[in-house]
Design a protein around this ligand. Structure first.
Ligand code: NAI
Length: 282
């Protein structure tokens, strides 16, 4: 595949990880975030990860200049104009995402594929805000995006075969394993994972066991590589609450977030990104 201009909207933890995947795969990245501080932080983090890869010998130091020339920080959405593929990875809020898409449609060419990294919103509901919705689909990465192989591809009823095939090819070439699933609340992984995280939070809330013991139980008894509460911290407790709320709305009250999750978020304890959640990250 030839080098493409890939737009990433949202430079939070997922946007940065997705940018890293396609940057390392040789594409030119256009990164935009509404918050200039996040954008600056993302640029620094991407460069630091590249530096570490060069130190480890997994990237060549000779490529440094070439890498820098392929990372474009956009201070306006209009910076995405030349993109052939754009992935939205902004906050999990249907109103915020719905406002972004019409603006994006006015910036990019009609042939540009537009994808959402939503964790729990229906792709079909987001598609109504897209100009030429046949080029729109879900591509759901996992955290950290540069390490996790799976990407769920979620076409909606109008998604064209061209858009799905292009997404599939781009992801496969970048070393990912795409799995196609029908648009449905939480797709595959989050539909199964988030109820477990919520139940783990409830066990801790009800004093059944400490957070460390809940996680150890799942690691030692179910062969999990990491416990559900550490995973919740990694995902971001705010993002977990937003996903659970959308699942509760679409499915049933079983998905209603545990009070302990709501309280942590209210207190600004968001997990790894705020250095405190179920565990501390000094
Ligand atoms: P985050 O909170 O780390 O980053 C979100 C970013 O979006 C922030 O930098 C914020 O400034 C920016 N933003 C908000 N509104 C914007 C707008 N209108 N225009 C441009 N930028 C805007 O969130 P995170 O974790 O990166 O999640 C982003 C998306 O990825 C969400 O839809 C989430 O559900 C999804 N996701 C999250 C995963 C996780 O483990 N955290 C895993 C897979 C998907």
């Amino acid at each position: 595949m030839t080098t493409q201009h890939i737009g990433i909207i949202g430079a939070g933890q997922m946007g940065q990880g997705i940018a890293d995947v396609f940057w390392r795969a040789g594409h030119t990245i256009y990164l935009f975030d509404a918050d200039p501080i996040r954008l600056d932080q993302a640029y620094q983090n991407l460069n630091e990860r590249l530096e570490r890869a060069i130190d480890k010998g997994t990237e060549s130091a000779d490529e440094w200049e070439h890498f820098l020339g392929r990372l474009v920080v956009c201070i306006r959405l209009s910076g995405m104009a030349s993109c052939t593929f754009v992935i939205e990875a902004i906050v999990e809020d249907i109103d915020v995402k719905s406002k972004l898409f019409p603006d994006l449609g006015n910036v990019v060419d009609a042939s540009c594929i537009i994808a959402t990294n939503t964790s729990s919103l229906l792709v079909t509901e987001l598609a109504v805000h897209i100009k030429n919705p046949e080029r729109f689909l879900g591509v759901h990465f996992f955290n950290p995006a540069y390490r996790m192989p799976l990407v769920e591809i979620i076409p909606h009823a109008q998604t064209s075969a061209i858009a799905s095939d292009r997404a599939h090819a781009l992801l496969t070439e970048a070393g990912k394993t795409p799995i196609v699933c029908t648009d449905s609340p939480g797709f595959i992984v989050n539909r199964l994972l988030l109820p477990m995280i919520n139940q783990a939070a409830l066990l801790h809330q009800n004093g059944v066991a400490t957070a460390a013991d809940i996680d150890s139980s799942m690691k030692l008894g179910a062969n999990f590589p990491m416990g559900p509460l550490a995973l919740a911290d990694l995902i971001g407790l705010d993002t977990c609450v937003l996903i659970l709320n959308s699942l509760a709305k679409a499915c049933c009250d079983t998905y209603k977030p545990a009070d302990i999750l709501l309280n942590y978020v209210k207190d600004g304890k968001l997990g790894v990104k705020s250095k405190e959640g179920f565990f501390n990250y000094p």
